[in-house]
Design a protein around this ligand. Structure first.
Ligand SMILES: [Zn+2]
Length: 227
């Protein structure tokens, strides 16, 4: 079988990840470089100058020279007010982004050593952050578009694309010039008999929970019942 270059593309190994982000200090330093690459910028007034900086409970804080606002690099991020150490957040991001298949909240719970509710919240906060970061992106260049379906056949229903249990999507993939996939976008289609509703998503997840899709999903239950 010929080697699939997409399957074999390099990623960040766990060994490399742990050497880069194995301590809270490394994670904090990485966030500072990412958020303020040109130095501190006040998230409240936008001034690029800190009057002073200091440490409190092992975390570095800055005081804005303009409005005197005090903040850490975590202020205004999904990590703010979380009791979970940064190393656990980074490990969750590594696991969620390096896996080719879905990483369930239950699996995340086992990896992080936290309760299910915490793992579920961590996973969904990270996914929501990724969604917001990509919300305004438009695919450009070479784009391939096709229809796709989510869901599986149930007994008594129609098979194939006519199944009442399947939800149609338009899948668009931006590729490199030589056809390798680079970015993908999925859009649900609303039409008679086929709509992406909470009920259809729930049914899909329930089946996932039972291993029906052959994936690692077991996130069917929202611990708060709010999703
Ligand atoms: Zn300020």
């Amino acid at each position: 079988m010929p080697m699939n270059r997409v399957q074999f593309q390099p990623g960040l190994s766990m060994r490399e990840f742990l050497s880069l982000y194995g301590t809270d200090e490394q994670c904090e330093a990485a966030l500072i470089v990412r958020r303020w690459p040109r130095g501190f910028e006040c998230p409240r007034c936008g001034v690029w100058l800190a009057r002073t900086s200091f440490e409190r409970q092992g975390r570095r804080y800055w005081q804005c020279a303009g409005c005197q606002y005090q903040c850490s690099v975590l202020s205004g991020t999904i990590f703010e007010s979380s009791k979970l150490p940064l190393t656990s957040w980074f490990l969750a991001m590594q696991l969620l982004t390096q896996s080719k298949t879905n990483v369930s909240a239950l699996e995340l719970k086992r990896h992080l050593g936290v309760c299910y509710r915490t793992a579920w919240l961590v996973k969904h906060k990270i996914l929501e952050g990724m969604r917001l970061a990509e919300a305004d992106r438009q695919l450009t260049g070479r784009v391939e578009i096709d229809d796709a379906y989510l869901g599986g056949e149930r007994s008594g229903g129609k098979s194939g694309r006519g199944s009442e249990n399947k939800v149609p999507f338009v899948a668009a993939v931006q590729t490199t010039e030589d056809g390798l996939p680079h970015l993908a976008s999925l859009s649900g289609i609303l039409c008679a008999g086929h709509s992406m509703t909470n009920r259809s998503m729930y049914a899909y997840q329930q089946e996932d929970d039972e291993g029906g899709h052959g994936r690692g999903g077991d996130d069917a239950v929202d611990p708060e019942g709010t999703h």
